[in-house]
Write a protein that binds this ligand. Sequence first.
Ligand code: HEC
Length: 56
Amino acid sequence: MIESKCGLCHSVSIVYSYDGNKSWEHTIYAMKQRGLSLTNDEEANILKKLKKIKKN
Ligand code: HEC
């Protein structure tokens, strides 16, 4: 899911190696501003997966 949703505009390695101090909630919001589209269910799901990569 991370691959299919977050690999559209950039490599997914940008996601796995992200070590900034912004929360995933903020990052998803920023990606939506850039054109990402997710249903509420998809967003909840992907947040759960992202938080396993990095807790914030
Ligand atoms: C509609 C296109 C698009 C999609 C889909 C997308 N991104 Fe991005 N993302 C961008 C752009 C544009 C940048 C800025 C790239 C750069 O600076 O080289 C970026 C940068 C990032 C960065 C680097 C930090 C930052 O804030 O600049 C992270 C982390 C990131 N994206 C995470 C995600 C995640 C997680 C998803 C899936 C939920 C996602 N992206 C899906 C367009 C997108």
